[in-house]
Design a protein around this ligand. Sequence first.
Ligand code: PHE
Length: 461
Amino acid sequence: TTSTTTEVKPREQWTGQTGFILAAIGSAVGLGNIWRFPGVAYENGGGAFLIPYLVALITAGIPILFLDYAIGHRMRGAAPTAFRRVAKWMESLGWFQVFICFVIGLYYTAIIAWALSFFVLSFNLGWGDDPAAFFTGDFLQLSDPGVSMQFVPSVLIPLVAVWGVTIFVLAAGIAKGVERTNFIFLPLLLISFLILVVRALFLDGAADGLNALFTPDWVALGDPSVWIAAYSQIFFSLSIAYGIMVTYSSYRNRRSNMTSPGLVVAFSNSSFEILAGIGVFATLGFMAHQQNVAVGELEGLTGPILSFVTFPAIISEMPGGQIFGALFFGSLVMAGFTSLLSILQVVSSAFQDKFGWSPRKAAVILGSVSAVISILLFSTTTGLIALDTVDMWTNNIGIIASAIATCVGVIWVARRGEEMRLHLNSVSTFQVGKWWLVLTGIIAPVVLTYMLIEQIRTLIV
Ligand code: PHE
């Protein structure tokens, strides 16, 4: 009989509940918290935005987070394997998520590399007097589209470094690589960011910034696009339906509480988001104060422009701006990097589970392939032009479709929703009632389908 026993290595595991929670928070807290939430909230009703935001969190965010956890934990596999164990046809949904993560990984690394460059630049305010011209002109060299395959050293060098460290961490595996990195970076991130927020609150004009962010515009609640913005923010922010939470929970011990950690992750993520809103808008209030304008007249309040143009301009004018800059860009790097690990772990785990590769083999092969593509696209002037389009297709359309397929596939087609619910309850202290099936099976898919139609409609018109 010895000849028939193939040696099956036990599945890797987090060292315990804390490790899993840290990694899950590390994934959720990312660029979306720092540069996306504050501006989105401001533009969609300010203080009133918190209502659709909380509704989205409770009706779709947390329920689908639990569903992702249940699939990964019960089926004990990376996204394709776990979904195949739910129903054969669903393996393709898993690979779709792997593909999305692969694509996001290509440019998420580039953004972290930019932040790393700006971290270094902040020590001598190296972006000069005109940060807007510096960012697109000198830094990204977009002003000269003719030389499309020319490498930009200030992007190339940090990008190579980010890929190198990423491959190194993923090769070390779940406990020694991903968990350990989160264990270091997450506390550091929290401390740096808290110092930054406290400093921001003491800037002249900080109160005006906070008023601009939190003054509620109740009329906005009647606008469907405000609700769509809230649901999109929750999805992106909690990293659900990307295969990430399926993958991460597949590495938990068989008997471990799933729902209570889920609540911790969800509320930590939202708390960080609101903290970021306070920090960013206090800082913007200072800028408005300096320029003697109302906060509402400022531009460039979200995304790369907020981080790499607006913030550098403010930092240059601020007493002690060098330290503030280092804290801000350092936070971006740390928040982004822990999210990046989770995105690429989806790709790595998928190949490990499908082809029996070791973590090291998967990290080196997949990491090198991604690194080469990412470097060719994003340290030259070629890929940047496509960034917005790719982001739209992956993060808006792709992820919503993936969430609909997950809910409808598991609950209505495979008819395994009740099994998932009982599974969660058998291991967890916080019990989910039948309401959970109503939310994931009916409410979330209806809202998501509406969002998908709206997204596609705006693409066509
Ligand atoms: N949740 C992360 C954020 O808020 C971003 C992210 C999105 C991470 C998708 C992984 C996958 O920034």
